[in-house]
Unconditional design. Sequence first.
Length: 166
Amino acid sequence: MVLKYYYDLLSQPSRAVYIFLKMNKIPFEPVPVKVGEGEHLTEEFREKHSKFQKVPFIHHDDFRLTESVAIVRYLAREYQVKEHWYPKEVRPQARVDEYLEWNHLNIRLGCAKYFFDKFKSGRKAADTARDINDAFGQEPLTDVRHNGGSRNSAAVTRALKIKSAT
Ligand SMILES: N[C@@H](CCC(=O)N[C@@H](CS)C(=O)NCC(=O)O)C(=O)O
């Protein structure tokens, strides 16, 4: 079965899946997509590649999948990656899932806002940083090890931090 990975390394979720593929030595055919140049916005791309017109996504022969978290879960099962990446046991797996779901609307969104303000909008990035800190007044899920996860989940967390911080 041929696994094709479509990504743009300027995209945070693309980098997370890329790191996951590389660290687990999963063989794949890389297909870079230049999002900045709108390569993904053509009708042909929508029909042939991804109806959502976002990266990352995979084609595993005739199976197409979008959403970085869904892709990581699929790859973990399909390629039987080491248990420490995505535990099979129900509760440790739920802890990793908890972090993966939490990350989207917290770390990732917060960092995306920060960088948007820093480089694009007229708003002071420091104001955004303060808003984010206020929002994180709640207990952040920064280290799944404290929540009963394992070393593996820490690796997923690290990959997500890399993706979120750049
Ligand atoms: N929740 C999705 C997010 C996908 C996403 O928003 N991708 C962005 C790049 S980070 C994209 O392709 N944007 C292109 C566009 O919206 O035109 C995931 O985790 O895969």
